[in-house]
Design a protein around this ligand. Structure first.
Ligand code: ADP
Ligand code: MG
Length: 601
């Protein structure tokens, strides 16, 4: 038999992963106690102190002592209750677990009582129970989290990172409870002060502001016993990760594979597997949900997965459809009133390469070392200048044959046309090439951003109006961490308060793109690359992602002249045959190969 003490510490490992998990449990308890006001104070990212005070129903002395015992829950009376759980907590192990890995004080009072009770534990050992003066409700203070579990403590990230997780948890819950007033104080600064409001709409406005709200479409749909509501962004507003997808099941922040799949099915296929922004609430009878899958209750299961899936798909599709988004899957599009997706101004690309924007006729490209082509074999080279038996045939005014200057890796090409999946067909000296313009564009932007020597600072393009970017706590923290690298890349960006940045300039190659999207992706790329790779590798990843982001539109929408510019620029690249992510930019077939296949010999 394990001692209770050890059992608690083991349970703590499941429930309390990091300071944000403590905040989550305490917040949920406060909401279960029907609080209308919750005040949270943290210091040092929650490592030193997490205090959560509520004005909920409070506990009497007996309940307070019971509350810190394992499996003590007032929320389930008998086994059947497990089948229809409507409250957040039910396992009765959160407080005991938290108390076992911290210095823990619980003070609580029921409104009718004259005084309250204060219970103190250190590392799970009860120290003191006494009367205390306190307002009605409950206040729990957790100090020195993991002081007795060095392995956990050492595993924690920088305190700003932990703070970002806490802010995110805070917002996640605050969104689901618009009627409740919330404050969050971090290291003495008031990070959020949310007044109670009437609707989800008002709460999202309070947190995210008008601009974000204007880009969201309301969802309201009921199918059978499943009600789906909330807000969904059009397919034009996406993120590379899932942070912007807030999903609630019976008002509990939670996820389920069925819902994740339903979301991606309801939206048109996204370039680069991006995720649309979403505030999605799924309500259904509690007995249809199994929340007892994981100790943190983050992932749930449904009795009837299909019922939930169908409802979510129908709800989102209907919302998108009624706002003019073409369905089913097609090219990502944007609706009126939304900022257009990032695009690259071809005149800037051309300027960057010393090419005139309008006339794509041969012009000397910047002097560039002609690098060896790593994938080139003499017979498979699409643009070999050694032999040119067939100069591309010129057919009409649109189909201009472009002659490359000497020193370029290919001598001539002609854009024959576009194939419906978005590929471009080129005729070159001695064969034809099917080009993926997005991959090609990515390569061109990537090499430009990376810089030939890798040392030259990038040119910046001042924004006419500096842009303020309001970010989620996690994005804010990520970007804060890479500010020096961003500056090096040509971003002029400064912190503006606790949650926003001001962008004054972008790297010139990215001018015209949405700086918000680029920054968020850049930060996510950085986070993914993590500490495993060196700084140089980070930079390359960031640049590759930025290039890919900027090139996303190329597959369908590039004008003829823009395409020509990219092909000319591609000729100047060190590695023209692959995108920065290793996808081919082109597939070449020589005329000799065609002749052979047709038996012309
Ligand atoms: P659970 O929430 O799973 O029941 P916890 O360990 O989180 O388990 O809490 C144990 C019990 O303590 C709860 O069932 C509840 O009765 C009581 N409790 C905890 N926090 C509060 C609070 N803020 N206000 C009132 N009662 C609380
Ligand atoms: Mg609980």
């Amino acid at each position: 038999m394990l001692s209770t003490h050890v059992a608690n510490k083991i349970a703590a490992g499941e429930v309390v992963e990091r300071p944000a998990s403590v905040v989550k449990e305490l917040l949920e308890n406060a909401l279960d106690a029907e609080a209308t006001r919750v005040d949270i104070i943290i210091t040092a990212g929650g490592r030193k102190l997490i205090s959560v005070a509520d004005n909920g129903r409070g506990m009497n002395r007996d309940d307070a002592i019971l509350a810190i015992e394992r499996q003590a829950t007032s929320k389930i009376k008998d086994v059947d209750d497990i089948e229809h759980i409507a409250t957040f907590g039910f396992r009765g192990e959160a407080l005991a677990s938290i108390a076992s890995v911290a210095r823990f004080t619980l003070s609580t009072r029921q409104t009718a009582d004259d005084f309250g009770t204060e219970v103190t534990l250190i590392g799970g050992k009860l120290q003191d129970v006494k009367d205390c003066g306190c307002p009605p409700g409950t206040c729990i203070e957790v100090r020195d989290l993991f002081f007795n579990v060095p392995a956990r403590r050492n595993f924690l990230r920088a305190y700003q990172t932990e703070q970002a997780y806490i802010r995110n948890t805070f917002l996640l819950h605050a969104i689901a409870h618009p009627h409740v007033a919330f404050t969050l104080k971090c290291d003495g600064d008031l990070a959020y002060e949310l007044a109670p409001c009437d609707t989800l709409h008002d709460r999202i406005m309070e947190i995210a502001g008008h601009e974000e709200m204007d880009r969201l479409l309301p969802i309201e749909y009921t199918l059978g016993y499943v009600r789906v509501f909330g807000y969904a962004a059009t397919p034009a507003w996406t993120r590379a990760d899932r942070i912007g997808q807030r999903v609630y099941i019976n008002r509990r922040p939670a996820t389920a594979p069925a819902i994740i799949n339903a979301i991606s099915e309801a939206y048109p296929k996204m370039e680069g597997n991006r995720k649309p922004i979403l505030y999605l609430f799924v309500d259904l009878p509690p007995e249809e949900v199994d929340v007892n899958v994981h100790p943190t209750k983050r992932e749930v299961r449904f009795r009837n997965t299909k019922a939930v899936r169908d409802a979510v798909i129908a709800a989102i599709s209907q919302t998108l459809h009624s706002h003019g988004t073409p369905l089913p899957a097609g090219a990502p599009s944007h609706t009126e009133g939304l900022p257009p997706p990032p695009s690259v101004d071809v005149s800037r690309i051309s300027t960057a390469f010393n090419l005139p924007a309008t006339d794509m006729a041969p012009v000397a490209p910047p002097p560039r070392p002609v690098a060896p082509f790593p994938f080139e074999t003499p017979s498979a080279s699409p643009f070999s200048s050694a032999s040119r038996p067939h100069p591309p045939v010129r057919t009409d005014a649109e189909d201009v044959v472009i002659n490359m200057p000497s020193g370029a890796p290919w001598t001539q090409f002609r854009i024959v046309g576009r194939l419906s999946p978005g590929y471009v067909l080129l005729e070159t000296n001695d064969g034809y090439t099917v080009l993926d313009p997005a991959a090609a564009h990515e390569r061109v932007l990537y090499e430009r951003l990376l810089g030939e020597s890798g040392a030259a600072p990038y040119a910046s393009q001042q924004l006419l109006i500096p842009q303020t970017i309001e970010l989620t706590p996690i994005d804010y923290r990520r970007i804060e961490t890479i500010l020096p690298i961003l500056h090096e890349m040509g971003f002029a960006i400064e912190a503006f308060g606790q949650t926003a940045f001001i962008v004054n300039a972008l790297p010139d190659i990215l001018a015209g793109t949405s700086s918000e999207a680029v920054l968020i992706d850049t930060a996510a790329a950085f986070e993914e690359a993590g500490s495993k790779r060196g700084r140089e590798r980070w930079r390359e990843e960031i640049i590759a992602k930025a290039a890919s982001r900027a090139a996303v539109r190329s597959r369908r929408t590039l004008a003829h002249a823009e395409l020509s510019a990219i092909i000319v620029d591609l000729a100047g690249c060190t590695m023209p045959y692959t995108s920065p992510f290793g996808r081919p930019t082109m597939i070449y077939t020589s005329f000799r190969e065609l002749d052979r296949r047709f038996g012309r010999s």
